[in-house]
Structures are given as C-alpha cells and as structure tokens.
Write a new protein. Structure first.
Length: 237
C-alpha cells in the first residue's frame, strides 16, 4: 500500500486548517522586539491609543494577554486597558498604526504567529498578512527605532529584525546574571561650544547611542567626568 498520498493529505489538511502555524500557549506576556530588546507598550488606556516600544520596566501597559481563537489565530489584549491591539481602520497599507480598541470579530484584530528563529515570531495580521513592526526600524541611529517610544505599525516582512518578537514571562529578566556595562562621557564642553571641530550633534549622538543601547548592552551606569557646557550663561549651550 502506498502511504505517500495519505501522509501528504494529512499534512495539507493540518496546514490548511491552521494547525501548522506556530502554537504559543495562552497567557500573559511581555512582547519584546528582536532588533532593540525593547517591549511593546500601550501609549494610553483609551480607545485608539497607539502602541510603541520602550525598555521593559514591568508596567501593566507593557503586558499583553495572548488568547487562542482556534485555527492558529490569536488576539492580543492589553492588561492595563483591557483593549485589543488592532490595525486602525482595517488598513492594508504599510506603516498603518496599531492601536487599542474594544474587541470586534474581524481580521484586523486577529493575528497568526510565524516562527523565525531563536524563539522569535512574526506577528501577522489576518486581514492584511502584514507583520507587526516598529516604525523606522531600519533608519539611521539618530532617527532609529531603537529610540524610546517609536510606534508600532504593520508592514510587509523585509528580512529585518524590527518585525520579529518574542513572548516572554512578565517577570523574565533577560540580563539577570549577565555582564553589564558602564559608560563614561568625557568633557563635552567642546561639543556644546563647538570648538576644534566639535558639534552639538556629536553630543546628541553619544547620548542617543547610550539610550538606544540601554537594554541590549545591559548598561547600568553613566558617568560624566568633565564640564557639560563651556559657559553656563550661554543659552545655546
């Protein structure tokens, strides 16, 4: 007896029914972006509040209830607001914002989870097939999505890490017991006064880099060992 057609039929059935999609247990999680190590957070508790990424600090606005809807589909509901993550206006467009709203049984409220690697997933909205992502995730440093508060959007998957997420327990500490770093800023008055080729943008870039790397490099302390400005009476400095 040739069992190949039978096996093929079973596999086809499983994937068609959604069972072949990744299964994550129902529960309360923090949802962490792969490219930045920052957590998905609601930017408020009312209808149409936007979502953003911020360093995880255990706030209920950074905690999400994942619930299976069957067929490989899920809903994502905010612990603090009791409202659901959804694509505004059922938009099909890239960079459409993800916002909170009371549950409606339609595709822009439903997601599937597509595994990538190392425990990360793409969170794809059912109505559009686009992935939950951090806006501007591939931009340069000073405008990058590593910065605090960059909003959550949907977009086509493009092989980047800004649309990959990991579901972790809310009490999970990713850097517990790991090496940490301390940063020392030297005399910055030459930047603020723009002497000898120094610029204010250099100072901005240094502090932005520290803020951006706070989670991924486990930065615990920043010291400044010189004058911050050259002349405290000059407002421009």
């Amino acid at each position: 007896m040739d069992i190949k057609p039978i096996i093929t039929g079973i596999i086809t059935c499983l994937f068609t029914s959604g069972i072949g999609l990744a299964q994550v247990a129902d529960g309360t999680y923090k949802i962490v972006a792969r490219h930045s190590g920052q957590a998905l957070e609601a930017n408020g508790t009312t209808n149409q509040s936007t979502l953003k990424q911020t360093p995880y600090e255990g706030r209920t606005s950074q905690q999400w209830i994942l619930t299976s809807l069957g067929g490989g589909q899920y809903s994502i509901k905010g612990v603090q607001s009791n409202l659901h993550a959804q694509v505004t206006g059922s938009s099909q467009a890239n960079d459409a914002e993800i916002r909170l709203y009371p549950w409606v049984n339609q595709g822009n409220f439903k997601v599937t989870l597509v595994p990538t690697e190392q425990g990360y997933y793409r969170i794809n909205f059912v109505h559009s097939g686009k992935s939950l992502a951090v806006f501007g995730g591939t931009e340069t440093l000073l405008d990058s999505a590593y910065n605090y508060g960059f909003k959550a959007v949907q977009k086509d998957a493009a092989g980047q890490f800004d649309d990959q997420w990991k579901f972790l327990p809310t009490d999970h500490v990713s850097n517990a017991g790991a090496p940490f770093e301390m940063i020392m800023l030297p005399d910055t008055q030459k930047y603020t006064n723009e002497w000898n080729g120094g610029t204010k943008e250099m100072f901005y870039g240094q502090t932005a880099w520290i803020a951006n790397q706070r989670t991924t490099r486990n930065i615990k302390y920043v010291a400044h060992v010189g004058d911050i400005v050259d002349n405290q009476s000059v407002l421009a400095q």
